[in-house]
Design a protein around this ligand. Structure first.
Ligand SMILES: Nc1nc2c(ncn2[C@@H]2O[C@H](COP(=O)(O)OP(=O)(O)OP(=O)(O)O)[C@@H](O)[C@H]2O)c(=O)[nH]1
Ligand SMILES: [Mg+2]
Length: 256
């Protein structure tokens, strides 16, 4: 099933973002560290190419550490761009953010106000990031895509503002393998996907690329050779079963 998901509020948010970019100084783009390339929204690149950018590799606690380090180096070396890594254990503080901003030669002073857009795909952790930076709950969060529906301007310091934005997809997902990865990490509303299909895609993908991590996480000692064996191991470790002990593949997907 081809995946496409671009509800009306995202279309509206895209238009508003174009206006917002004209009066902002910086874009903070959150990418899911489990799939940084798939989670780069091409619309965002086209909306504000001239603005300095901080990439935040979010949910690093769920991602492969070495791969995250390679992406960090890749973004850091780009002109007018830098990168931060965020995880549950090590969220970005206001101090970390301000240091990154100064590094990009953006001056924070009492004379001029600065506005920073926090943007990215749905469910990547934008609102959580803002709450951590502010040290209090100022934005609504939740573990499903499209929680934030409208822009919200938040004062961080005197003269420094953050704008939380709705998670944005783009109208045509040309790269369907990337779209499947986004579905697997919870970017796309489950009414727009076939969850069973995504569960099998994820099982095959992780078997090919992350067998070691799978075995560690689910305490598997035997060799995992097929996606069926993998799903069975996850169901055993997580109790993802229906009545009659039949494996519930969709629950297994939620457990990754
Ligand atoms: N494991 C992990 N979960 C995180 C992290 N940051 C955020 N989350 C979780 O990810 C889910 C989505 O967080 P939100 O902050 O609502 O994401 P958002 O990008 O604002 O989502 P939308 O507004 O729907 O676009 C929540 O359940 C958060 O607790 C992280 O660093 N690690
Ligand atoms: Mg949000």
């Amino acid at each position: 099933m081809a995946i496409t998901w671009f509800p009306g509020h995202m279309n509206r948010a895209t238009k508003e973002l174009r206006k917002l970019a004209k009066v902002s100084d910086l874009v903070i783009e959150l990418l899911d560290a489990r799939a940084p390339n798939a989670s780069r929204n091409p619309l965002l690149a086209s909306i504000a190419p001239e603005l300095p950018r901080i990439y935040v590799l979010s949910k690093a606690d769920l991602a492969d550490q070495e791969t995250t380090a390679q992406w960090y180096d890749y973004f850091k070396q780009q002109e007018s761009k830098t990168c931060l890594i965020s995880s549950i254990e090590n969220p970005i503080s206001a101090g970390n953010l301000l240091a990154a901003i100064i590094n990009l030669s953006i001056e924070i002073s009492a004379n001029s106000s600065k506005q920073m857009i926090v943007a990215g795909i749905p469910n990547v952790g934008k609102s959580t990031f803002i709450n951590k930076i502010c040290g209090r709950k100022v934005a609504k969060t939740g573990n499903e895509p499209a929680i934030t529906k409208r822009h919200q301007r938040i004062k961080l310091l005197e003269n420094v503002y953050l704008v939380d934005t709705p998670g944005m997809m783009w109208p045509k997902l040309e790269d369907q393998e990337a779209a499947y990865k986004l579905a697997a990490i919870g970017t796309i509303r489950n009414t727009a996907i076939d969850s069973e299909e995504i569960a099998w895609f994820t099982a095959e993908y992780l078997l090919e690329h992350q067998t070691g991590a799978l075995k560690n996480r689910y305490g598997v000692t035997a060799e995992l050779q097929t996606a069926e064996q993998e799903i069975e191991a996850i169901a055993k470790a997580s109790g993802a079963k229906n009545k009659g002990s039949r494996i519930n593949t969709i629950k297994c997907l939620k457990h990754y």
